[in-house]
Design a protein around this ligand. Structure first.
Ligand SMILES: [Zn+2]
Length: 130
């Protein structure tokens, strides 16, 4: 059986490295976002140019509209995870408690999902160069 090592997956040069470390998809050195992912004020603001390599993170106007599809997928994954946790750990849950929990967690995780969807989308189109 092959064991997947998280350090191997997060090696510089892999897209997962850029996504989980929030680094520029081009050089994997400079920060991708202007501020922290958890900041509500600068939510999801991407550095227009990487401070390290100068690569443009805005390839064209409206480039990040496509991140909506990624955000939708992440939202569904979060929904299914919460629903599965309710079903496994509290099989007699009420729909109201599930709904309230879903709304609260979706609202609180919005900045992170918004930012992650942008960096995942950017990694689809920006290639790593040493
Ligand atoms: Zn860069």
């Amino acid at each position: 059986m092959k064991v997947v090592n998280i350090d191997t997956m997060l090696k510089k040069g892999s897209k997962l490295y850029s996504i989980f470390k929030l680094k520029c998809p081009h050089c994997h050195e400079g920060p991708f976002f202007e501020k922290s992912l958890l900041s509500w004020k600068a939510m999801g603001k991407v550095n227009s140019k990487c401070p390290n390599c100068g690569n443009s993170n805005n390839k064209e106007p409206g480039f990040y509209y496509g991140a909506m599809y990624v955000s939708y997928g992440l939202g569904i994954a979060l929904f299914v995870t919460i629903w599965a946790a309710f079903t496994i750990f509290s099989p007699n849950y009420s729909w109201v408690s599930l709904l309230v929990t879903l709304v609260l967690i979706q609202l609180l995780s919005f900045p992170v999902i918004y930012g992650l969807s942008k960096i995942i989308w950017a990694n689809f189109f920006i290639r790593y160069k040493k």
